[in-house]
Ligand binder design. Sequence first.
Ligand code: NAP
Length: 289
Amino acid sequence: MTIIDGKATAATIKAEIKAEVEAMVARGERRPHLAAVLVGHDGGSETYVKNKVLACEACGFQSTLLRYESDITEQQLLDVVAQLNADATVDGFIVQLPLPSHIDEQKVTEAIDPRKDVDGFHPVNVGRLAIGLPCYISATPKGILTLLQRYNIETRGKKVVILGRSNIVGKPMAQLMMQKQYGDATVTVLHSHSQKLQEECRQADILIAAIGRPAFVTADMVKPGAVVIDVGITRVPDASRKSGFRLQGDVDYEAVAPLCSAITPVPGGVGPMTICMLMQNTLQAARQR
Ligand code: NAP
């Protein structure tokens, strides 16, 4: 059984990106520049954005963090987006979600210039992915595809089962896995109203769990020899930890891992790849500038 090491793979890819950036700089080109907009003080968002800024440093990128209080109006935020769209020194930017409830997230996402939408959430990028055109692919699905490729896991013609149909993970993952030029697999997407869910999971050559239900995938749901990708990250209480919690994936790792040909751990699997793919998308934006 292979443990798919997302942390090590992400470190390798970041080093590759940095080497490419230094070559760009040596040719007299500007460093890629990622801007991040953070509204309010949500603990999770603060951590994600901090890690994105650190990843920019590791890749040799310029980064800018724009912080606003949670009472910023929707129009003020749309004005910030318009300024970033127009700023020729910014190659790509993200608006960290979630946003406060008085702001329409979809409206903000759609205000981002698709050419700078390195999160790949704009409908133009989502649509281009759906019909196989060049686009920014959202970071988590792209990270999973990259892990499978780097571990030489064959996807062509395989049965891929995806648990979850969110716009940021399940749906784009299904698109990627079914596209001829990416996964070229046969894809089933399961959700909270799927029938015979366990049976469907048991058919999977590659099972991708993205539902946010700790340890939902048990050993009896996994075909021996399957590849299991665990996207879920949930904080569960753990009195043995100083923090009082630990991160738990959607897969019952201890029980499932011995059955698999390969599996991603939580933490250290899909998570580190997500930020790394954001860096790759920013490099792509800089190349296209
Ligand atoms: P989400 O928007 O909450 O969507 C969850 C999906 O799972 C929905 O489609 C839902 O079905 C389905 N679902 C929930 N309970 C289910 C059940 N009991 N049986 C079958 N399907 C069920 O979640 P998300 O944003 O995709 O995130 C999923 C997990 O991945 C979370 O733990 C999140 O923290 C994690 N995540 C990790 C990364 C990373 O970088 N590693 C990135 C993004 C998300 P319905 O559509 O029917 O409601």
